[in-house]
Design a protein around this ligand. Structure first.
Ligand SMILES: C[S@@+](CC[C@H](N)C(=O)[O-])C[C@H]1O[C@@H](n2cnc3c(N)ncnc32)[C@H](O)[C@@H]1O
Ligand SMILES: [Zn+2]
Length: 274
């Protein structure tokens, strides 16, 4: 049986009626014209939302489109194909504009898996872009701290650089289901940081197996990327937290740069729900 989103009001299953999702209690959520649905309950969410704005979404989309993070995407695809069962139900938590999500869908489909691929993100701007990128994804504006999916409904949950709540990931996964998380390692973007800061620090990595899971694999990817236009450099900068933490004087250092070589270093960890 194909799984669907759950109702954010009563928790019942939402039936997909084409333009609308509706639960048995008649709570009804219209899809936006692009195809995603807003399941974020305003009374449950804090006033200040931290979803990515148009500027961040555009910068990330332009940067990823050029293939600079292809090795991470390949690593994620391998991790998913290795762990996927037939007719996999996968959810991407904090999917952004679905650059990874859509490629995971395509790889599973090409392998004859007949998957159902969901994505949630708190940013409406990101999901507008995601809906345009791939019509086969089921996308909802929602928070990873209150995932609109039934208990034990997913085979795979993926999270790439987004915040998540361990208990929620555990709740929505089937027993034996896997949680695949990508995160930056110590030396990730050291070249970029060296161009901004006099004393660049290594990233702190705190990777701990969440309660109720066992760690079954860890993959590390290392690469060096060469950015040959100022636009690419600024796009990368805007994707990082440094852009918002850096003072104007340091920001200006990058505005003059038209060449940058920097390391990328990602970890992909796979946890299995026990
Ligand atoms: C660094 S971006 C990563 C996006 C995407 N996974 C990628 O790598 O291209 C983090 C994403 O998490 C989203 N986000 C932040 N807080 C969230 C929350 N509580 N629930 C859902 N999404 C959230 C942001 O809107 C943003 O799209
Ligand atoms: Zn309902």
């Amino acid at each position: 049986m194909k799984i669907n989103f759950s109702c954010p009001v009563c928790g019942g299953v939402l039936a997909d009626e084409g333009r609308t999702y509706r639960c048995e209690k008649n709570h009804c959520f219209d899809k936006a014209k692009q195809g995603y649905v807003n399941l974020l309950q305003s009374q449950k969410s804090s006033k200040k939302r931290h979803g990515d704005d148009t500027l961040m979404v555009k910068a990330r989309q332009d940067f990823l489109e050029k293939g600079f993070y292809n090795d991470l995407c390949k690593g994620l695809i391998n991790a998913v194909l290795k762990t996927a069962k037939e007719e996999t139900t996968l959810i991407d938590l904090g999917c952004g504009e679905c650059w990874y999500t859509s490629q995971l869908f395509e790889s599973l489909s090409e392998n004859g898996n007949n998957p159902s691929v969901f994505g949630i993100d708190i940013s409406k701007q990101a999901l507008i872009a995601g809906s345009k990128r791939c019509k086969d994804l089921k996308l909802a504006v929602a928070s990873t701290s209150d995932i609109p999916m039934p208990d034990e409904s997913c085979d795979i949950a993926v999270c790439v650089f987004a915040p998540y709540a361990e208990k929620e990931v555990h709740r929505i996964l089937k027993r034996g289901g896997v949680f695949i998380k990508a995160f930056p390692l110590e030396n990730h973007l050291m070249g970029l940081k060296s161009a901004i800061y006099e004393k660049p620090y290594k990233n702190e990595v705190n990777e701990e197996t969440p309660a109720g899971f066992e760690r079954i694999d860890f993959i590390k990817t290392n690469n060096s990327i060469t950015l040959e236009t100022n636009e690419d450099i600024i796009n990368l900068f805007k994707m990082t937290p440094y852009y918002y933490k850096t003072g104007r004087a340091d920001q200006m250092k990058l505005e003059k740069l038209s060449f940058l070589e920097t390391e990328t270093e990602f970890g992909i960890v796979i946890y299995k729900k026990v």
